[in-house]
Design a binder for this molecule. Structure first.
Ligand code: ACO
Length: 424
């Protein structure tokens, strides 16, 4: 491939180009500043490749998402979440023996240090479970020092994957004032989480198959999404050689925002608002189109997908199945479908290529499963964890990794003399 040429102030510079395995072209600007004294300016990093990666491929125009080469539709149809964790982190599908061993490890590292229960007790009942989850994940560093030592990495990956569901379920139990339910070794990864969420000491609890299957699907669909905001945060924090727990804790915080993983909670609140307002979709569509309103249709639009989000397509179908199997009739599902139908024909949304994203239907399924709204983003974090880990590990193992340190174009005051307080 030819070098890229840049003409700046009449002088021509050349930069090497390279292509990824799917033909995506990159211009290597590593020497841009040293050669030209200029920097690239790309707020929001929409055109900036921060790394090369062999984990997830997305083609936003065609609505393609693949984990390690496997189409998301096939993975969603056939895999267990634990298999997907292995695939993302270690690069290939596990054979039976590898899967059993990995599953065994994930089962036998689920307990957290009893002292950590005191941390839960310190939070006010109103604490958002994402605040608790992020704090708890970072706290794991205190219990497993030396987390960055190469010989500890695989064990810490297992610990984190195994313990996060205990931490998430305890955060929920704390928020509703119920006693914590301890993990069980005879249950699958997803059934164990549901059990810790919904069992109470007073009576036996059997996780319904439909819930286990739905959770498996939801976690798989969220498992990785290349260099999104939270994953880039994990890589950025990790680039300073912060340990696994600290890097993932930072990713959880980034995910929390309403423009990212927090959108699933916002979608339900928006649908409830439309319902309470008599179901007047057009009013909210008009508000979303009016820039002065400050209102956006949550669950619509995506930085990368400009045709459709394949995850949303799978979830739309699954929403019908899960609600049907559970016998739940949720008027919000009808509102969501109507909203989608109207926006798909509306010029504003068509022009800007705004389609429902993964968060649009996931909230409705979580609701039907009995998951409270402020736990939605926690479930997103559980799903995204293997992706964050895989990306963190890849970043660590990549000899090209340098501490992430973007530049800026300074637009503030030029030099001026300091004025002492008594002269101001
Ligand atoms: N409702 C109304 N208008 C929208 C929406 C929306 N949901 N999303 C984008 N637009 C409009 C913008 O106002 C802008 O219009 P303009 O060109 O006239 O100024 C245009 O579409 C492009 O939008 P940007 O904000 O520039 O797109 P960007 O790629 O920066 O943002 C994002 C993507 C954050 C997902 C955005 O679409 C959004 O805010 N959506 C709602 C929140 C949401 O659902 N987030 C979840 C994302 S998926 C995930 O994290 C799992």
């Amino acid at each position: 491939m030819d070098n890229a040429k840049l003409i700046l102030n009449g002088q021509e510079y050349e930069f090497p180009t390279f292509a990824g395995s799917e033909g995506e072209v990159g211009i290597d600007f590593a020497a841009l500043r040293s050669q030209t004294k200029a920097i690239s300016y790309d707020p929001g990093y929409g055109n900036t490749g921060s790394c090369s990666s062999a984990i997830t491929f997305i083609n936003g125009e065609k609505g393609i998402l693949r984990y390690r080469g496997y189409p998301i539709e096939q993975v969603a149809e056939n895999a267990s979440f634990v298999e997907v964790c292995y695939l993302l982190i270690y690069g290939d599908l596990p054979n039976r023996e590898q899967l059993e061993s990995f599953q065994h490890d994930l089962t036998y590292h689920t307990m957290i240090h009893e002292d950590m229960k005191k941390f839960f007790e310190g939070f006010p009942p109103s604490a958002h479970p994402m605040a608790i989850l992020a704090s708890m994940v970072i706290s794991l560093s205190a219990y497993y020092p030396g987390a960055n030592d190469p010989e500890n990495i695989d064990l810490n990956i297992v610990r984190l994957l195994a313990k996060i569901k205990t931490l998430a379920a305890f955060a929920y139990k704390k928020s509703i004032g119920q006693p914590y339910v301890y993990p069980r070794n005879d249950l699958s990864y997803t059934a164990d989480f549901m059990h810790m969420m919904f069992a109470v000491p007073a009576e036996p609890y059997q996780v319904p198959d439909v819930l286990e299957r739905a959770l498996n699907l939801l976690l798989i669909l969220h498992a990785d999404h290349e260099q999104n905001c939270s994953t880039s945060t994990v890589r950025m924090v990790g680039s300073s050689q912060a340990d696994l727990f600290a890097s993932i804790g930072a990713g959880i915080c980034a995910l929390w925002g309403p423009l990212h993983g927090g959108a699933n909670q916002q979608v339900i609140q928006m649908l409830e608002m439309i319902q309470a307002d008599g179901g007047d979709y057009q009013k909210y569509i008009n508000m979303a189109k009016d820039k002065d309103s400050g209102f956006r249709l949550f669950g619509f639009g995506h930085r990368v997908y400009k045709n459709f989000d394949p995850r949303a397509r799978i979830l739309k179908q699954s929403a019908d199945e899960v609600l049907g199997a559970l016998g739940v009739k949720d008027p919000l599902l009808a509102i969501a479908k109507n909203l989608e139908e109207i926006t798909l024909k509306d010029e504003y949304f068509v022009e800007r290529k705004l389609y429902p994203n993964v968060d649009f239907y996931s909230g409705i399924i979580y609701r039907a499963m009995g998951i409270p709204t402020d736990m939605f983003t926690v479930l997103f974090a559980l799903g995204r964890l293997p992706g964050w880990i895989a990306q963190w590990k890849e970043m660590r193992d990549d000899p090209k990794t340098r501490i992430n340190r973007p530049r800026q174009i300074y637009t503030g005051a030029t030099e001026r003399s300091f004025v002492p307080l008594n002269k101001r």
